[in-house]
Structures are given as C-alpha cells and as structure tokens.
Design a protein around this ligand. Structure first.
Ligand code: SF4
Length: 493
C-alpha cells in the first residue's frame, strides 16, 4: 500500500514538473507576434429575456409570436424549462437568413416540444469513458478536444447540449462536474507522453493498441469564437508536439461568415509558413442550403448564369478563401433533423453546391440520444431513405456522404434498408437494416464488422432493434445501450 502511494507520489511529482516545463517555443512565439486579433460585432441575442421584455431589436422581436413567448415563459422555472435544457442564442446574420426560412427558424428558435419527453443520455457516446485528461476525448485514432463551450448561435438539437448548457456529468470514478475545457500544457504533456510510449513499443500503445496521435479535432462549442491569437496558440502548440492534422469543427460559416476575414487568413498563412507540414481540416456544419444560398422574392434559390445557384456573398467569399489553400480541406457534416432538413430536394441541392465550391460531403448523422432527442430525431429508416433519395441523380463525386449513427462502440454506417421480406430469416419478414462499424475505439479491431436487424420504421436509436437482431458481428446490440435515462433539468432560478 505504502509502495503504491510512493509510486503515485512519484508520478504526480514527475507529471507536475513535466507540466511546469511546458513553454511556448520560439517558433510559436514568432507566429503569435505576427497575429492581429480584431474584435467582431456579431450582434448576438442571448436568452429569451430580451424577447420577453420587448428589448430585442424591433425587427428581431418578430422571431417569436406573442403566443409562443407566453408558452415558453410559462415553462420557466419548471422541470420543462426549455432554456435550462439548452441556452437560446442567435446572431444578426443568422436571423437575416432565418426570417425567410422556416427550417432555419426551427434550428434556432426555442420550442416547448423540446422538453415534452426528456429521455436521453446525459453523456451521449459515453465520452467520459474515453477522457484521460480534462477536455480530451481519446476514443479513436484521433483526439477530440473541447476548447470552448459556446458557439455564435445555438442549434436547438445540439448534440453537445450537456457542454453548452454546462450540465453536471457523472465521471467514470463516480464524481460529478460539468465537462471541462482542454488546457494546452496538459494536452501537450499527454500527447508527447502517449507518442513516446507508442514509439518505444514499436508503433502501438501497449495498453490500448492505439497508434501515434497524429490528428486533433478542436471542438466545443465552436473554436471559431476564439480570437486569432488563441487559435494560433493552439495550432502552434499542436504543431510543436508533432500533430500532423488539425481539425476545426465549426458552424461559423452559417452563423457569422464575416469571422473569416483577412486577419484570420493572414494568421492561417503565417501559420502555414511556420508549420508547412501541417494540414488543417475545417469540419464545417451546414444543415440546409438556406444557410448559404440567396433567395428571390418568391423564396426560390437564384440560378447563377455561370452555373449552380447564387451564394450569400460573405459565405461564398469565406469558402473560396479556404478552398484556394491546398493545405486546407473543407468537409461538411450535419445531422438530419425533423423539421429542418428532412427534405431530399434541399439535401440534394446542398450536396451539389457544396461540392462545386470545394466542400466535401463527409457525413450525415442520425441524431444522437441526447436529452430530449425525440423532439429532433428522424427514425433511422427515414434518415437512410432521405439520404438515398437525395443522392439519386447526383454524380459519384457529389454523393460521397455516408449516413452515420454514433454507437458507443464507434461511428456506424447505416448501409442499407431493404424493402422485400427476407424469406426464412426470423426477424426479416419486413426487410432488414444493415449497419457497418466505420470506426472502432482504441485499436479499431472491430472496424468493418456488420450487424443485420429486422426493420422497425419507428426506431430512432439502436435500442429500437434489440428484439429483432439477426446477425451482430461487432456486438452493437449486446454492448450496454442502457445509457438512456430520464433526467431532471437543472432549472436556473
Ligand atoms: S454549432 Fe454544433 S456545437 Fe454549436 S450549438 Fe450547433 S450543434 Fe451545438
């Protein structure tokens, strides 16, 4: 016991001294010295309060009707409080788009239906099981870090609602606290230690089988709400510790595209000059073409005489500036959400237009089992049908996107839904659904494995198929799916 304590003490002392040793490199400092950090005026409205007391700008006040505000006010302070589930936030730019778009209003407006059914997982994807240090999720070959806990506006369906609303999460050790943000010294220490162990062990970590950490996804929240200097500090620290690819998960191209201004691109270019081997991957988030296409007085998209449709100018400019840098990739990924984008025509136009402008169509997601997910999620079979219909008539390069649903084991593709009965197969009387594990945790030993279940058009989560499993190679239906539980919202007083 005493020996165990001494070992722990030694480890703590060495960990502390390693952390204290962390210092910005000269290269990183030289980069930061060149970075300009302007302030931005996003004209953000936070919370329902200004709508309720009539102090919101006059035109924006019309986003909610008087009846809607009365109902939402009546829920305040109860266990159905909509703002306690997910804070309300909108930018002027998004409001201008949303005033002519019912789907965009659904995306950003609080609705009483969100708290009718509060079933869901407090920690979707069981992320805390893969969090070796605060603010880092190391589940797959890449690491995901939380660098900020807000965005310029808030999507009502947000799959990070527990982070954005700063809810208390139960950790693996039984303690409870809101999810914390990653800190540069801790992360640098973790990456260098992990990669050193991997190197000494012939390319694999002896405990997890993972390879070297080469890629980090900066997430939250939206990293693009951080200023240029903070972003440059993250990028250079990750570059200095040997990270080769940095992902930036962002919806800022929809919420406030003017954030992608000349000072931001100057910072990126200085970074590239100092760290030429590092690839930046912008994981952008467009749910609907109304977020980037202009409309005429009849509400129709405007055809561009040069091909395709006319974009919102600030968004077009930002995407063009990203796309012309060959060390930057741009990938769109978005969930399918009821009342927002369950429209195959809109999704078809979106895939075509994004690809034309240099944005790859990466994933569409079935909604996660977040708290209140029944208000947002399409059934799995509806989502598959939606993607399949939307891709009819698209060329091969326009239809790269897969439909993914995130199981606790890893990202899983909904490969196909059949319409004909499968004779002689119990459970397959109405056709089957085929799932394939796209990515696996740790050493990804189960990647590529498939599961086949009988159809259930009502299923919005794996649990909807538990009673009709035909074949399950990766164990999608035997691993615990019991993370869903009714929770009480923390009501702001
Ligand atoms: S942009 Fe992403 S993280 Fe931010 S509110 Fe929307 S879904 Fe959540």
């Amino acid at each position: 016991m005493l020996r165990g304590r001494c070992t722990l003490l030694n480890w703590l002392v060495s960990t502390m001294s390693e952390k204290q040793k962390y210092q910005r490199t000269e290269k990183s400092q030289a980069l930061l010295d060149k970075v300009e950090t302007p302030k931005y005026d996003r004209q953000i409205l936070i919370g329902l309060k200004k709508f309720l007391n009539g102090t919101a700008p006059e035109d924006m006040q019309s986003l909610y009707s008087a009846e809607e505000l009365t109902v939402l006010q009546g829920l305040q302070g109860t266990d159905k409080d909509v703002e306690a589930r997910m804070p309300v936030k909108i930018t002027r730019h998004y409001y201008e788009l949303a005033k002519n778009s019912a789907p965009l209003q659904t995306l950003v407006k609080a609705s009483p239906s969100e708290t009718w059914d509060l079933e869901g997982a407090a920690d979707p994807g069981k992320q805390m099981a893969y969090s070796p240090i605060e603010g880092l999720i190391h589940k797959y070959e890449l690491g995901l870090i939380y660098v900020v806990s807000t965005c310029s506006a808030h999507c009502r369906f947000c799959y990070r609602e527990e982070l954005i609303a700063r809810k208390t999460i139960t950790r693996e050790d039984g303690t409870t606290a809101p999810k914390g943000m990653a800190q540069i010294p801790d992360l640098v220490h973790y990456i260098s230690e992990h990669n050193q162990i991997v190197k000494e062990n012939g390319g694999r970590h002896p405990d997890t089988g993972r390879e070297k950490l080469r890629e980090i996804l900066m997430s939250g929240g939206d990293p693009m709400v951080l200023n240029n200097k903070k972003l440059a500090e993250w990028f250079s620290s990750l570059g200095d510790v040997g990270i080769e690819n940095i992902r930036i998960g962002t919806k800022e191209l929809a919420f406030y595209p003017d954030r992608f201004d000349s000072t931001f691109f100057d910072m990126l270019d200085h970074f590239h000059e100092a760290y030429p081997g590092i690839n930046l991957r912008f994981m952008v988030h467009f749910n609907h073409p109304d977020e980037f296409l202009q409309k005429d007085d009849q509400g129709e998209f405007i055809e561009d005489p040069d091909g395709g449709f006319v974009w919102v100018e600030s968004t077009r400019r930002a995407v063009a500036e990203l796309a012309r840098r060959n060390w930057i990739n741009i990938e769109n990924q978005a969930p399918f959400i009821k009342g927002i984008n369950n429209d195959p025509v809109a999704i078809r136009i979106m895939q075509r237009e994004l690809k034309r402008h240099g944005v790859e169509n990466h994933y569409f997601f079935c909604g996660r089992d977040i708290i209140g997910h029944r208000a947002f999620n399409l059934s799995i079979e509806e989502a598959w049908n939606l993607l399949n219909e939307s891709q009819k008539g698209l060329s091969g390069v326009e239809s790269h996107a897969k439909l993914s649903i995130t199981h606790y084991l890893g990202k899983t593709e909904v490969v196909s839904v059949t319409n004909e009965p499968m004779p002689g197969v119990p459970g397959g009387e109405n056709g089957v659904v085929i799932f394939k594990l796209l990515r696996g945790a740790a050493d990804a030993h189960n990647k590529g494995q498939v599961a086949i279940v009988g159809r259930n058009p009502e299923a919005i989560w794996f649990s909807g198929y538990e009673d009709r499993v035909i074949y399950d190679e990766p164990g999608l239906f035997t691993e615990s799916m019991q993370a869903t539980s009714s929770v009480k919202l923390a009501v702001n007083s």
